[in-house]
Each structure stands twice: as C-alpha cells, then as structure tokens.
Design a protein around this ligand. Structure first.
Ligand code: SAH
Ligand code: SF4
Ligand code: F3S
Length: 422
C-alpha cells in the first residue's frame, strides 16, 4: 500500500479551507498527494449537508468508487457530512468531523475513530497551501440557529480567533502567488475577540498586508455596521462587495426563520451602503418554499428582489434538515417550492443581465486568476465587486491586476481587453 491521498471536496469555502488543512496535516505526516483517485490509498470525501442535494453529490461520488477500491483503499468521510449522516455506510473506514482533523493521522494509523484528543477545530497554527486567494477563517461555528439551517449543529458554537493568531496564519500561509485574502466566517461580521470587533480585524489585516486585496464572507444583516462600507470607500484594497443574504422579503417568514431583521431593515442597509458607495456590488442568498411560505410571502420576496436589484444571487429551494426547528412548521410542497424557485431565478437573471450590460464601456480593475478553459489568450478574473470577467490580451499572467475595458458581454459574463497593467 502506498501512502498517497486524494481529497474530494463539496460545499462552501469553509470546506475548501478544511481540505487544505487536511492536506497540510497529512503532508506533514509523510503522506503524499495522489495524482488521481486510482493512485491513492486513502480517499477523503469532505462533504456538505446544508441541503439534501449537497449530501447526494458527495454520496454519489462515494458510490461511484468501485467495490474493489472500497475494499482496498481507506475511505474517510469528512466535513459537515461526517457529523450529520445518521447511517454511515459500512465501507467507510472512519468519519471525521470538522473539529477533528488533527486526529486524522492517528485515525489512519489505528484504523478506527479515536476520541478527539488534539483537536479543537482551531487550525490557525497550521499553514496552508495558498493559491492567488488565501482562505482565512476569522471565526468558526455559528450561534444564530436560523430555523432552517443545520450548520450550527455541525460546526458548533461560534468562536472568533484572536487577531494575533489570524495575522500569524496569514503570514505563514501566504506565498509568492497570494494576491488576495478572503476572511471567512459563517457570520463574519459578528466577529468578537478580546474586545475587538469585525472592523478592527479588517483594519489589522489591511494595515499588515497593504499589498493584498481583502474580501470577506458572509455578512449577516443583523450585525451590519456602516463602518464597513466607510472603510471600503477609504481603502481601495478592501473589495467593494457585500454578500448579504436576505433569504426572504416577507417579515412573517423572516421572523419564522429567526433572522432578527425585517425587510425594511434590509432595505435601509442597502440604501446606506449605496449612498456611500454607489458602485458597490451587493449579492445575496434567497430561499423559496420555506415552511409556511404563502404565495403572498413569496411575492414579497419577488418585490424586494425587484426593488433592490441585486448584482447576483444564490437561490435555493428549501430542504428539510435534521435537527432544525423548521421541520415542525407546516411544509410547502416540493413542487410549489420548485415552481417559486423557477419564477425567482427568472426575475433575478433578468436583473443580472441588465446590470452586466451596464458594464459595457466601463473599465474594471481585474485580478487575473487562471487561463480560461476556452483559449490561451483569455484569462478568468474577478473585479473588486467580485464580478467574473474574461480578460483578453497577449501575455496575461495569473495573479496580476489589470485595468480591463469591457467591450463585449457574452451571456452574463463581461469580456474586455487590457487597458493597462497595474
Ligand atoms: N452562514 C452563511 C451561509 C449559510 S449556508 C449565511 O448565514 O449566510 C448558505 C445558504 O444556504 C444560506 O444563506 C441559505 O440561503 C441556504 N440554506 C441554508 N439552509 C438551507 C436549507 N435547509 N434549505 C435550503 N437552503 C438553505
Ligand atoms: Fe445557518 Fe443562519 Fe448560521 Fe447562516 S447565520 S450558518 S443560515 S444558522
Ligand atoms: Fe459549509 Fe455545507 Fe458545512 S455549506 S458549513 S460545508 S453544511
């Protein structure tokens, strides 16, 4: 048996980060990355549980591994899915949840699940392999217990890491490729450590790493502070993007969701943010078919979407999750939830299209990330507002900032030529 591993990752950027942590831990214990699944003796499936569909994707991957491989290789279930799955299939050698990755080498050696010994789920002492964007959690867990959401049950109580340990981890992990720091938390703007709040840690990172772009996800409307937008206006390295999940436009549903803001509170945040920074990009998450959602409630969601004109949105049909309170509310049929989702997507896509078309003729500052799949003279990148942009030109390099003049819109993607290298 070799000692090579392969990690398959599903879910949000927290799971992406965790996979980098797992990789670091295993590499430091003498394991090596496998070139492909067949070459690996250990397969780690880092799965998500936020919706049924997310679970199905990871389970689909596991099921696609041949019976023979399942016998020969160690198959480790990791991530939120490892904590949420009720019946772990017998061919899974161990299930390791997000706080237990430091125990993984022991688990692999002993071939069974040891009780969490070293792990507390704080990985700020481990350096990761940074790409152009360095994923940097500033907190873990979530205390909000939105009535539909499984995350607080899987990721535990919210805990913010100290500014000192965050800065140290960034210093250790950043390399010549790194151009952007993404500060992450389930509720990033409720950060609180030793009396320091989110805007303090933002200042610390911006001051310490003056040559980096800085972004953050995900902000909760109930913890919003206008100071964040003021900082964006003052510091060009702080990206002008706010991902602010609204979830619903109905106060009745927002209250049943335990979101702790009203639709008008949300409107006010957006009004203030755009007053200070008219060009800020505002994106959101929205759910349809939440239990108890009536046609009228859903129309209020359509209304707020039409009013606010989000630059982009992740839209989901409600999925009943274990542990959550919403399972005891009166359910909306899956067909109705799906039909509302379709109607919502149609409205939002039109808005997005209109917004993207308005970019034509403008110049955006774009960080190039990678060669586009289509052509060697096209690169994929993102602007300060987190908009995906295709950059065209000769000798484009990944990890560089370019001023890009948008002269074409392909579908919903702006395309442009380099006006200036920065
Ligand atoms: N912590 C972040 C992200 C949570 S998960 C936040 O609070 O914004 C990302 C999105 O998944 C949520 O914003 C929500 O829109 C969606 N989501 C969460 N639970 C869900 C469920 N049970 N069914 C459908 N969508 C869900
Ligand atoms: Fe889930 Fe709500 Fe926490 Fe987000 S804030 S992770 S939606 S409980
Ligand atoms: Fe992320 Fe999915 Fe867990 S969204 S926090 S990986 S349940």
């Amino acid at each position: 048996m070799n000692n090579r591993f392969h990690i398959a990752t599903y879910g949000c950027q927290m799971n992406d980060y965790d996979s980098l942590i797992i990789e670091s831990i295993l590499l430091s214990e003498g394991y090596e990355r496998a070139s492909c699944i067949d070459d690996a003796s250990v397969i780690i499936v880092n799965g998500c549980s936020v919706r049924e569909h997310a679970e199905e994707r990871a389970m689909g991957f596991i099921n696609s591994v041949s019976v023979e491989s399942k016998k020969k290789k160690k198959i480790i279930l990791a991530g939120c899915l490892a904590r949420s799955l009720k019946d772990i299939p017998e061919f899974i050698d161990a299930a390791v949840s997000p706080t237990e990755y430091k125990d993984l080498p022991e688990i692999l050696k002993n071939n069974f699940n040891v009780l969490s010994l070293k792990s507390k789920g704080d990985y700020t002492d481990i350096s990761i392999n940074s790409g152009i964007t360095l994923l940097t959690p500033i907190s873990k867990g979530c205390d909000n217990f939105c009535s539909y959401c499984i995350v607080p049950y899987l990721r535990g109580r919210e805990e913010s890491f100290s500014s000192d340990s965050i800065l140290k981890q960034i210093k250790r992990s950043k390399n010549l490729l790194t151009r952007e720091i993404l500060l992450m938390g389930q509720n990033v703007n409720s950060y609180l450590s030793k009396g320091r709040v989110f805007t303090d840690i933002l200042s610390d990172v911006l001051n310490e790493f003056g040559d980096m772009r800085v972004r953050f996800i995900t902000s909760h409307p109930k913890d919003f502070s206008i100071k964040i937008i003021e900082m964006m206006a003052e510091n060009k390295n702080l990206c002008r993007h706010l991902h602010l999940p609204v979830q619903s436009g109905s106060d009745r549903i927002l209250s049943l969701m335990h979101r702790k803001y009203t639709a008008d509170d949300f409107r006010e945040i957006v009004r203030l943010a755009r007053k200070i920074l008219p060009d800020i990009t505002i994106t959101t998450d929205i759910m349809t078919g939440m239990p108890e959602e009536s046609e009228k409630d859903f129309e209020e969601t359509l209304n707020i979407v039409n009013e606010i004109q989000f630059d982009d949105a992740f839209m989901y049909k409600y999925s009943g999750r274990r542990f959550t309170l919403s399972r005891y509310f009166e359910s909306v049929s899956s067909e109705e939830g799906l039909s509302r989702l379709g109607r919502l997507i149609k409205v939002q896509q039109e808005i997005k299209k209109k917004k993207v078309l308005m970019l034509k003729g403008k110049t955006l500052e774009v960080l190039s990330e990678r060669e586009s799949k289509k052509s060697k003279s096209e690169f994929y990148g993102r602007d300060s507002g987190n908009r995906s942009v295709i950059i065209r030109g000769m000798n484009i390099q990944a990890g560089k900032l370019y001023n890009v003049k948008i002269n074409e819109i392909a579908g919903l993607t702006p395309l442009g030529d380099i006006a200036e290298e920065k």
